[in-house]
Design a protein around this ligand. Structure first.
Ligand code: ZN
Length: 257
């Protein structure tokens, strides 16, 4: 009898553990699930995703081309990239932007600027706008003067030293910008209006679809030059939206004009 209870306990415990693992898995975003499953071929994901979404992309495109023909020309839209620079994906992005003649806005982290100053120099040389994303990716929601000095002003100084640009714009990590940031630093907090959650999916075509479906005049698109899929998605987004009459600009042209 005792033995039977013991087995019952073990089985119940096992089922409960399995349940916890499953619910935890469901809360992970797609990119984390893929990492858990091992390094599944990125290229296969990219290709099959691109194939699968062709018809939707085509439909979106047609709709928007028609609205462009009805007289809307030169609609401004801004691509922004957070968390960089990245040693591989930022140079890859810069190459593609140069080929397309497009300027974007980079919100750089001080700690990454320290690690990759040459890439920051290249960003500036290519004519992109550089903004601040704090030194160590911290929340600025309740920032006091000490935190502003350590995380915002020190990153501004480093960015100016490396790139020659003293940032006027800040993208607060997690979208939390306390009032004191603007009043204490004179900077402008830049949030976003289009968020394709590029960090959360290994499928570049999903990122493209989400942006195309939500694109609008004076939109600010949030992306991260931390993933190959984000860079590839950005190129497709630029090529499609340019065909639809959009002009890619840096955030100052949207916020200050
Ligand atoms: Zn960030």
């Amino acid at each position: 009898m005792k033995n039977r209870y013991k087995w019952l306990k073990i089985m119940t415990g096992g089922l409960f553990a399995a349940y916890l693992l499953l619910t935890g898995y469901l809360f992970l975003c797609d990119r984390e699930k893929e990492n858990l499953m091992g390094d599944l071929q990125e290229t296969v994901y990219w290709q099959s995703g691109a194939e699968g979404s062709k018809s939707t992309d085509q439909e979106n495109r047609n709709e928007k081309v028609m609205s462009t023909e009805s007289g809307e020309e030169g609609k401004k839209i801004a691509l922004t990239f957070d968390d960089g620079p990245h040693p591989i994906y930022t140079p890859m992005l810069l190459d593609g932007l140069r080929k397309r003649g497009v300027k974007v806005t980079f919100f750089l982290m001080g700690s990454a600027v320290e690690n990759y100053p040459d890439i920051v120099e290249q960003i500036a040389e290519d004519g992109h706008l550089i903004g601040n994303h704090t030194f160590h990716h911290v929340s600025l929601e309740n920032a006091d003067n000490n935190l502003i000095e350590a995380e915002v002003l020190s990153a501004n100084e480093l960015i100016e030293e490396v790139s020659g640009q003293y940032p006027q714009f800040i993208r607060p990590p997690f979208g939390q910008c306390g009032d004191q940031i603007e009043s204490e630093t004179g900077m402008i907090c830049v949030l976003w209006s289009i968020d394709p959650l590029d960090w959360c999916t290994p499928d570049a075509s999903k990122v493209v679809q989400r942006v195309l479906a939500n694109a609008r005049e004076n939109g600010i698109i949030l992306m991260h030059d931390q993933y190959k899929t984000s860079v590839l998605a950005a190129f497709t987004i630029i090529d499609q939206l340019q065909k639809e009459g959009y002009e890619f600009v840096t955030v100052d042209e949207i916020l200050l004009d």
